[in-house]
Write a protein that binds this ligand. Sequence first.
Ligand SMILES: *[C@@H]1O[C@H](CO)[C@@H](O)[C@H](O)[C@H]1NC(C)=O
Length: 168
Amino acid sequence: MKVIVLLDLEALYVLVVQVWRLDSSDPEYSLIGHLKKVTCLDFVTCGDQQYLISGSYDSTVKIWDLQKRECICTLEAMSPVHCVLAHPNLPVIITGTEHGIIHLWNSTDFRLKRTISLGGGGPVITLGCLMGSPRVVIGQENAFFAMDIHDDWGGQPQGRDNFIGKFQ
Ligand SMILES: *[C@@H]1O[C@H](CO)[C@@H](O)[C@H](O)[C@H]1NC(C)=O
């Protein structure tokens, strides 16, 4: 089934993720579970399964099985979630929060592997990556960072040792 997932960014309180078929003008179904506005979406592939990821101001990230139309896992980010990125070639989901904190989650078992504080600079507003590269870019309002995620990315719980640049 080909689906399109829409977030109505005009609406102040979109708690529901709506899934649409490409050939229909009505939503196919809704995914209900977030308690506050949904801010970001991505897809993650895990084995031969593809899941939808949604981040919300309710400080959680939810993983949705679109076949069963249910939430299979809720990740507690402890701070309103502004952006989410499933890395295309590393088994990692990255989330950026209101309080300038990045979380790295294992995209196989959805466990939290690493918490990185950017040390001020406000909310993390965007995340990006380069296909085929371990490099991730992290944008805040007045700064952005680049970080390489190495094979042992579960190591240090906090730290800025992997940051290779800061631009202001
Ligand atoms: C991610 O989870 C899978 C399944 O539990 C595990 O085999 C793998 O070692 C984990 N990766 C890291 C970096 O923890």
